[in-house]
Ligand binder design. Structure first.
Ligand code: NAD
Length: 417
């Protein structure tokens, strides 16, 4: 699968925002391109003694507002175009929630299910070494994304520290707590999605999530946390899915149990019995109050958008809705809380983690969560007000805010030399 359509989608979103802002064409062109793209090919000696070559990327989109920030994805379908699109979205996302970063993204084309733990560690340490020429605690700070987790972040931190000669915790976020990770980081993206969902519910006159029907696509870091926090807020989570299966129970699924007992197993959530198996395609079109796509990009498309029955869509994943689908959802009156706002909780707490690492002074979880909620609510309100003043949808409003802040920083700095 080529990442070209994803990049075209990200660029078209920028063109739309630039039109509202009447942006100078030269500035628009600068913002439409990545500042730096690094492509690396590197060998790993596999457990059977054979050498396998892997391709990886680190793309830095914009540094006007600060060092770049963005996750590292391990997935067989990644390419430089998809990674570039994801880096652009990171730039706007950091600006929407007003944290002092530009956007970046990294990825390795690999199916981690085919690797042993030892091979995963060797691949990670070698990839970290290959991209070490562009990342650093003051320049570009990676974090987890699809296929990577706290353990992978720990190996990267250790590798870069070994090469520096002393421990550098601030070079990466999403680390285990014992290595300078932040309280609340694992839950942060899902938590931010639920803060956004609650704000959207209020707008739609639903007051809160109590007894509301919620559907979640993807049961990884973002989806599982969003699902259990929705359950905690009183919602009935009637369907969830992972890459292999989707399950449904109209009375609500026991999310904590699913998370603790089934999410890490080979059979995944399909092993849970008190439910009806459905397909991922069926899941997206279930009648519900809130749909949270939290898996991968381009899931709500021209082919299924008119069948979506949710009142509110909260984009946990990056780029789950195509441009054509956006228009259809908008015409149907569905409120879409866009990715660059809805899933910004992860990068907000990554920012907190980085600040704590640089200061060697660590915060309690309650402090992290309170600060996260405040930032998310403030950003949501800013987007809502912009949407009303420009009479546009939430995505365009979020893009207007993000692009405007980055454009202003770029103009204020001027062009070197
Ligand atoms: P993850 O690897 O922990 O989980 C991904 C989940 O999606 C898994 O359950 C997987 O089985 C499922 N999945 C994969 N392909 C699927 C498909 N075709 N249909 C249905 N399910 C599928 O990844 P994550 O960190 O939870 O990231 C999920 C999404 O959220 C990605 O788009 C990512 O870029 C975005 N995101 C993540 C974070 C973060 O902090 N982890 C922050 C912001 C955005």
């Amino acid at each position: 699968m080529s990442g070209k359509p994803v990049l075209e989608m990200a660029q078209a979103q920028l063109v739309e925002a630039a039109r509202y802002l009447d942006l100078d064409p030269g500035l628009s062109e600068v913002l439409s391109k990545p500042k730096r793209q690094l492509i690396v090919n590197f060998p790993v000696v596999m457990d059977n003694g054979e050498v396998q070559c892997f391709e990886g990327y680190r793309v830095q989109h914009n540094t006007s507002r600060g060092p770049t920030k963005g996750g590292i994805r391990y997935h067989p379908d990644v390419d430089v175009d998809e990674t570039t699109a994801l880096s652009m979205w990171m730039t706007w996302k950091c600006a929407v929630v007003d944290i002092p970063y530009g956007g970046a993204k990294g990825s390795v084309k690999v199916d981690t299910k085919k690797l042993s733990m030892r091979e995963l560690e060797k691949l990670t340490r070698r990839f970290a070494t290959e991209i070490n020429i562009v990342i650093g605690e003051r320049s570009d700070i990676p974090a987890p994304d699809i296929g990577t987790n706290g353990q992978v972040m720990a190996w990267i931190m250790d590798t870069l520290s070994m090469q520096t000669g002393y421990t550098v915790p601030g070079v990466i976020t999403g680390k285990p707590i014992t290595l300078g990770g932040s309280q609340g980081r694992i839950e942060a993206t899902g938590r931010g999605c639920i803060v956004a969902a609650l704000e959207a519910c209020k707008e739609r006159g639903l007051t809160d999530l109590k007894d509301k029907k919620v559907v979640v696509q993807g049961f990884g870091n973002v989806g599982s946390v969003a699902a259990y926090l929705a359950e905690e807020a009183g919602a009935k989570v009637i369907a969830v899915s992972d890459a292999r299966s989707a399950i449904y129970n109209e009375n609500g699924l026991p999310i904590r149990e699913l998370y603790q007992k089934y999410s890490g197993r080979d059979g995944g959530i399909a092993e849970y019995k008190d439910c009806t198996p459905i397909t991922n395609a069926d899941l997206l079109t279930l009648k519900c109050d809130v749909l949270i796509p939290a898996a991968i990009q381009q899931q709500i498309t021209i082919d299924n958008a008119d069948k979506i029955q949710a009142g509110i869509v909260v984009e946990g994943a990056n780029g789950p809705t195509t441009r054509e689908a956006d228009q259809i959802l908008s015409d149907k009156g569905i409120l879409v809380v866009p990715d660059i706002l809805a899933n910004a909780g992860g990068v907000v707490v990554s920012y907190f983690e980085w600040v704590q690492d640089l200061q060697n002074f660590f915060w309690e979880e309650v402090e992290v969560n309170v600060k996260l909620e405040r930032i998310m609510k403030h950003a949501y309100e800013g987007v809502r007000v912009t949407r009303e003043s420009h009479k546009c949808d939430m995505r365009t409003a979020a893009m207007i805010i993000g692009v405007k802040r980055v454009a202003e920083a770029t103009v204020s700095r001027g062009i070197f030399p």
